[in-house]
Ligand binder design. Structure first.
Ligand SMILES: *[C@@H]1O[C@H](CO)[C@@H](O)[C@H](O)[C@H]1NC(C)=O
Ligand SMILES: *[C@@H]1O[C@H](CO)[C@@H](O)[C@H](O)[C@H]1NC(C)=O
Length: 627
């Protein structure tokens, strides 16, 4: 790939403003070309562009196209900045009226240097709010799409669309469907502005000549017109990638524009950066419904604030994932200690979850054309969700990591829609880590609160995710939770329900239908606060579960926990895949007795505290604290 930096424009208006400025503040900028004016951060505008493209791994050559009037300025700049002077192309023009136009300048570079490669073109006299972008990611997206690539940004309030090339972009394919060069008011509602920052495929550049012969007038020979022609008339596929930054000083601008935007961008940049972002995701209990591993059923689940995973992200020099001292041990007291810990905890800590989430996140953004700024970070995590008792600890770590990454890179809900986030989290676990799981835990951890989920086949096949309905979490009966102290000894045997379901086993299929019916009834019972009914439904869910999963699969620990609740006449069921049970007691005295029984039998017991944020179902990953 070759990069061409265009700086051949004649900044006539800006120069005349500087000359006639009475304040004397800008006299040192007299005659200085636009690209060599100070940019955000103090260095010259061109310095930042040169830094961004000066990588041999990406660009085999970088060229600079200037006009004859300012050629000397650039020559001087080149020798001071290790830019090859031979790669400066002089287009021979000295005035605005005799200018060639950017398309002809580009063509001049290609023909005079006999370039025969894909080309990135940038107007290197644009002022950019934040130049810390990842060129490698852009080029990757360009190659992936196999079409032309245009960079665009979202205009700020107060910027006028009639000064830019405005694009309409298909959210799924990222193809630019329409291009409006300096649209009139009302022509498009889009505020996405394309700037001279494109990647062209070698063969597409052959159309430059056709364009130039079709458009002999200089004022038409701007790259915006060329793009408009490529997209609207020639129907060449052009894809868009959005950068989280702004661009200014495009075309003829005056001194007030320059000073205003320089001050604005500098102020934004010098705002103290958020040092660390911490996000939580909570454990959940399944209140009723079918197991979620793709049986097209319905369930009701709730996040609980008893247990959570917490992930913190902060900007750092290097990219670091910090191992958790307890969950990712690397030092041991002795070989005996190592044996004990490995036997009890296994080998799978949380670090792999962070790593897999980051990997998938980068992949997702690269495929979706979401540009990420090029900064390193440190991720660390903590979790107090008991392990191996089916309270969704792993997916909580992944969920919290995703929230952190989205905040850190400033992704909006448009970039990764909330309804799709559970699928993303599930993919991290399934595709990267081969964890068998379903959507339901991820849905409730993303939406938070008490959530009714409908995964009916028709809905899933149509939209790729279920219908998720937030319910009023303030009206639940007093749930409690009991779980095994040492789940590694639970003796749970692997079940074959999934296989039977895939084989179309009528007993399993029937059971899944009943689970869905129970869920609909439970939804009503909760809305009507009919706890007697809800208790019966939960008990029925449990017996149904026992009938198809068999008691042998549940293991003695789970059976004992179920028995204790039943002896106290409390509704009981498993809230997850095993290792814990939930139920509720309306009578507080009974709760005390129940607690005693569980604790005496060696189980851990706690009253459930629902986690139902006020705007449950609406918010996405609000950080719980900033420092
Ligand atoms: C990120 O870290 C690597 C080394 O771990 C370093 O080479 C690179 O320059 C860093 N990137 C940024 C943008 O700081
Ligand atoms: C109800 O029982 C099913 C299957 O027997 C079980 O897998 C499921 O997790 C239970 N429902 C909930 C919400 O826990």
């Amino acid at each position: 790939m070759i990069c061409i930096l265009l700086v051949a424009g004649h900044g006539t208006l800006l120069e005349s403003h500087i000359k006639s400025d009475q304040s004397g503040l800008y006299s040192f900028l007299e005659d200085v070309p636009k690209a060599l004016l100070p940019g955000v951060g103090g260095k010259k505008i061109l310095d930042y562009w040169w830094k961004a493209v000066n990588t041999r791994q990406i660009f085999s050559e970088v060229y600079l196209v200037t006009n004859a009037d300012k050629y000397k300025h650039y020559e001087r700049w080149a020798t001071a900045n290790d830019f090859p002077v031979d790669n400066i192309i002089n287009d021979g023009t000295t005035t605005y009226d005799t200018r060639l136009g950017a398309v002809a300048d580009l063509e001049l570079a290609i023909s005079s240097k006999k370039l025969n490669d894909d080309i990135m073109v940038i107007a290197a006299d644009m002022l950019c709010a934040d130049q810390n972008f990842d060129m490698a990611q852009m080029i990757k997206f360009f190659r992936l799409k196999g079409g032309e690539l245009a960079i665009y940004y979202e205009m700020e309030e107060g910027e006028s669309v009639s000064s830019r090339g405005i694009v309409e972009v298909c959210p799924e394919s990222h193809r630019i469907t329409r291009f409006f060069e300096k649209p009139q008011h009302g022509e498009t509602s889009s505020r996405m502005a394309s700037v001279v920052f494109y990647c062209f495929q070698r063969q597409t550049l052959l159309t430059l000549e056709t364009f130039l012969s079709n458009f002999p007038k200089t004022e038409d020979r701007v790259l915006g017109r060329y793009m408009e022609w490529l997209i609207n008339s020639a129907a060449v596929p052009v894809y868009g990638m959005k950068l989280p930054t702004g661009f200014q000083l495009i075309g003829q601008v005056g001194l007030p524009d320059y000073t205003k935007w320089l001050a604005h961008y500098s102020a934004v940049k010098s705002q103290p950066r958020v040092k660390a972002i911490t996000c939580r995701a909570y454990a959940r209990i399944g209140i009723i419904g079918n197991p979620s591993d793709g049986y097209y059923g319905k369930t009701i689940s709730m996040t609980i604030s008893n247990f959570w995973a917490e992930v913190t992200i902060s900007e750092s020099k290097k990219l670091v994932l910090v191992p958790h001292p307890l969950n990712d041990p690397t030092e041991f007291g002795s070989l005996l200690d190592l044996h004990y810990i490995s036997r009890k905890e296994g080998y799978l800590g949380g670090l792999r979850l962070l790593q897999a989430t980051c990997k998938k996140f980068y992949q997702y953004c690269s495929e979706k054309g979401i540009a990420l700024s090029k900064q390193n970070f440190t991720l660390k995590y903590n979790v107090n969700i008991p392990r191996q008792v089916g309270l969704a600890g792993s997916s909580a770590i992944v969920s919290a990591t995703l929230k952190c990454l989205m905040k850190f890179y400033n992704l909006k809900d448009d970039d990764l829609p909330k309804s799709f986030q559970p699928n993303f989290i599930l993919d991290v676990e399934k595709e990267e880590l081969f964890i068998t799981a379903g959507l339901q835990d991820r849905v409730v951890q993303v939406y938070e609160g008490l959530i009714f989920m409908d995964f009916s086949r028709s809905i899933m096949e149509e939209q790729g995710y279920g219908n998720y309905i937030p319910m009023d979490g303030s009206c639940t009966p007093p749930f409690w939770l009991a779980y095994l102290r040492d789940p590694s000894d639970s003796g749970v045997i692997h079940n074959n329900v999934r296989q039977r379901w895939l084989n179309g086993d009528p007993e399993v299929i029937e059971a899944m239908t009943i689970f869905a019916e129970l869920t609909d009834k439970a939804k009503l019972a909760i809305e009507e606060k009919n706890w007697k009914e809800l208790g019966e439904l939960m008990n029925r869910n449990l017996s149904l579960r026992r009938s198809i999963f068999t008691d042998a699969c549940l293991g003695p620990g789970n059976l004992r926990m179920i028995e204790i609740a039943q002896q106290h006449g409390c509704p009981v069921k498993l809230p997850g895949s095993g290792g814990a049970v939930i139920g509720f007691c309306v009578d507080p005295q009974k709760m005390v007795e129940l607690k005693k029984s569980y604790q005496e039998a060696g189980f851990v017991f706690c009253p459930v505290v629902p986690y139902c944020p006020k705007n449950a179902g609406q918010n996405t990953g609000a950080p719980v604290s900033k420092s």
